[in-house]
Design a protein around this ligand. Sequence first.
Ligand SMILES: *Cc1c(COP(=O)(O)O)cnc(C)c1O
Length: 343
Amino acid sequence: MSQYTATAAPTGPIVADLRSDTVTQPCAQMRAAMAAAEVGDDVYGDDPCVNRLEASLAARLGKEAGLFVPSGTQSNLLAMLAHCGRGEEVISGESYHVIRYEAAGASVLGGVALQALPVADDAAVEAADVTAAIKEDDSHHPISRLLSLENTNYGKAVPLPRIEAAVAAGRKGGLSLHLDGARFFNAITALNCTEAALADPFDTVSVCLSKGLGAPIGSVLLGPADLLARARRMRKMLGGGMRQAGILAAAGLYALEHNVERLTEDHARAEALAAHLEKLGLGEVSHATNMVFLTPRAGVDLAPLAAHGIRTSTPVPSMRLVLHRDVDDKDFDKILAAFSAVT
Ligand SMILES: *Cc1c(COP(=O)(O)O)cnc(C)c1O
C-alpha cells in the first residue's frame, strides 16, 4: 500500500476529500474560461492558448521554452529522456516521485538507470551523496548524466541553500539538472522566493497545474529550446501530442492567474489542522506547506472520519491529509469536528 491507497469512502455525502490536492474540481469561472478558449491543433503548433501558456510560464520561470503535457509523470519522463541516452543514469532521492512513483518509465522506455540517494529530514539530498554517486568514466559504470531534485517533497519545501549545494555538487560532476516541481508554487509560497529564483539552478523544471492550482489536467516542462524540441518529439512518440488542447491550457492559464496567491490559505489550514490533531493527542503529527501527516497511536479508531464525510488516505503507517482549494472555512470546521470525534 502507498499514500495513494484510500480508506473506505464515506457512505453519506462527501464533506471534504483530503486524499490529495489532485481531487480539486474546476470552478465555474475556470470552466467558463475553458468553454470560451480559442483553440487550434497543437501538434501543428496552432493552439493559441497552449502557446500562451508555454510562453508565459517560460517567461515567469526564466526559461527559453515550455511544453504542455498531459501529466507530471510524462513531463518528468520527457525531461529524463531528453537529458539522457541509453546506458546513462539519473541520480535522484529515494523518496522522490521519479524514483518511487513513476513505474521506472525512464528505465522501461529509455534504457536509463535510476540511482537513488538517501533523502534528509528536510527533504534535500546531501551534496556529499551526490558527489559520491557520480561515477567515474569506466566501462563498468552507467554514465552519470542527470541530477533530478524535487520541491516540495511530501509537502516539505527544500530551502534554496540546500538545493544550491546539491546542484553545485552535480554541476561539478558534469551533471545536468532537473527539478520535479509538481508543487512548485507551494514551494515558492513557503520559501517566500520568486519563481525564477527556484527555477534558476535547474536546466529543466516540471510544474503541475492539476494539483493545488486546481486545473483538471496538465503539466508544463520548462527549459532550453533545443532540449524541449527533443522532448516535443518524444511527447508525440508517447502519444501525448494533443490537438485542440487549448481547452485544457485555458484552465492552466486561469489557475496561474487566480490560484497561486491563495495557496497561503491551504498552508495556514494545514498548520491549523496539525495543531488541532496535536491537541487531541491522536498520535504523531507533522505538517509542511499544504500537507499534514498523522501516525495514529495504537488503538485509535478513525471510523468517525468516514461517518462525518471526510475522505482520507489509509495510514501506512502515517495518514496524509492534503489541504486544497475545495476545502473552505465551513468544510474546515467540519474536518476539525470529525477529528474531535475520533477516539
Ligand atoms: C503528482 C506528482 C507528480 C506527477 O503526477 P501526475 O499524477 O503524473 O500528474 C510528479 N512528482 C511529484 C512530486 C508529484 O507529487
